[in-house]
Design a protein around this ligand. Structure first.
Ligand code: PSV
Ligand code: MN
Length: 424
């Protein structure tokens, strides 16, 4: 579904005066406002192909209707988000949930919607109906070499699909681990996994990156074979320069200092990408910024500081993706909220007075350091984010257009009320 351009313009026109007042107010306090806006305009967050449907829990799933029935419709949904916010210009595919049967057609459709292909995601955490060997006891860690080979071959196949689409990275998330003490020999599980990853790495094109995602627990509850950033870093360091660690915000044990993890991975040149979401307890997959917005700000603060220290391009040198889906919201509204939260937090991190912060740190002036961070965090930057959207052809308030144009109702009419998108 597409919203006609004149409707977007009408919407912007109706909010323009109020927006201008708010924008002028904040712009007056910023030294290089155009430079900051350009960074916001350039920053794009990939949407995963599995987030367009209402997510499930292991207790049930309550689809909301109008969910995309195939990859084409998923691309259209992301195209719509991108038309509204101009910050969701990429799609990340999960194989086999979204196999591009006709790559050139899918590529052309994505291009029409202004979308690029972000990281490809493999799946060895579920058994597929036509699959020969089971992943019940793991995939790349498996005691049986034949199972490991099947997992390796699958990842290589995912790279092939990605090559056809113009993607340049592979994300490997393994659910491998154990549920009970004694079930696994940790060292052998690690070595098997490393060997399997090395085989995939060897098949990776030179211009590609491999992201190794870690997760503390779930579905395994006693041990996870890539359980934390230390283990991921161990694998990626042994693999080589095309391998990086991927941080998913929901994959840590409670109270982990994620901002410090990010700072150190960046320092080592081993941070590759991000999966954004929020959580209260674990891998809750809640809307970005809905539970711990200050933590998100502190993470972005380290990202900006660490990337600038290495002269990295904020928009292109790391992979940015949302990884969330849940039961109770319209997934498209939820994604609009998540992207907005990311843009707001990025803008706040760009406002941190880094020179003064460094001085405060050198003087052990703890109070001033906190004041500087909270000054940025407490700044209402929404008009800056809206102005960036406006300048790049989007709308001032994406959620309000989505609702006033009755997008979900149209999608239900078009696709039906009982559709269920592929994913979890
Ligand atoms: C696992 O919880 C994960 O974060 C991985 O990134 C998967 O690819 C994705 O979620 C599947 O929903
Ligand atoms: Mn993830």
């Amino acid at each position: 579904m597409q919203i006609e351009k004149y409707k977007l313009e009408e919407h912007n026109h109706s909010l323009q005066k109020e927006h201008q007042r708010k924008f002028d107010f904040i712009a007056a306090d910023i030294k290089d406002v155009n430079g900051l806006l350009q960074k916001l305009i350039d920053f794009q967050v990939a949407i995963p192909s599995w987030a367009l449907g209402t997510g499930g829990t292991r207790f049930g799933r309550f689809p909301g209707g109008g969910e995309p029935r195939n990859l084409e419709e998923k691309i259209e949904d992301i195209g719509l988000l991108h038309a509204l916010n101009r910050s969701s210009g990429a799609i990340s595919l999960h194989i086999p949930w979204d196999i591009p049967e006709n790559a050139s057609h899918i590529k052309a459709l994505a291009a029409q919607n202004g979308l690029k292909f972000d990281a490809m995601n493999s799946n060895t955490f579920q058994d597929q109906p036509d699959q020969e060997l089971s992943y019940k006891y793991g995939s790349m860690q498996h005691v049986d070499k034949a199972v490991r080979k099947q997992a390796v071959d699958h990842n290589i196949e995912v790279v092939k699909y990605g090559l056809e689409l113009g993607s340049e990275s592979l994300t490997v998330w393994l659910s491998d681990g154990s549920c009970f003490p004694g079930q696994l020999n940790f060292r052998k599980a690690f070595q098997n996994t490393l060997e399997s990853l090395q085989e995939v790495y060897a098949a990776l094109p030179d211009h590609w990156k491999m992201f190794v995602e870690y997760k503390a627990f779930e579905p395994n509850f006693y041990s996870t074979t890539v359980g934390d950033w230390g283990q991921s870093l161990l694998y990626t360091s042994k693999l080589g320069k095309k391998a990086y660690t991927l941080v998913d915000l929901g994959h840590h044990l409670p109270n982990a200092n994620i901002e410090q993890i990010v700072a150190l991975l960046l320092m080592e040149g081993k941070l590759g990408g991000f999966h954004f979401n929020d959580s209260k307890y674990g891998d809750d997959d809640l809307t970005v910024g809905s539970i711990k917005p200050y933590q998100l700000f502190l993470i972005f603060n380290e990202l900006v500081e660490g990337m600038d220290a290495k002269d990295m391009n904020h928009a292109t040198d790391l992979g940015w993706m949302i990884d969330a889906s849940h039961n109770v919201k319209d997934p498209l509204e939820d994604l609009l909220q998540s992207v907005e939260a990311i843009m707001i937090t990025y803008a706040q991190a760009l406002l941190v007075d880094r020179k003064r912060l460094a001085e405060a740190q050198n003087n052990n002036d703890v109070v001033t350091a906190q004041e500087i961070l909270q000054q940025a965090f407490r700044t209402d930057v929404r008009a800056l984010v809206a102005e960036a959207r406006l300048r790049s052809g989007g709308v001032l308030n994406p959620l309000s257009v989505y609702r006033s144009e009755k997008v979900r109702e149209s999608l239900i009419k078009q696709r039906g009320s009982k559709t269920v998108a592929t994913g979890l």
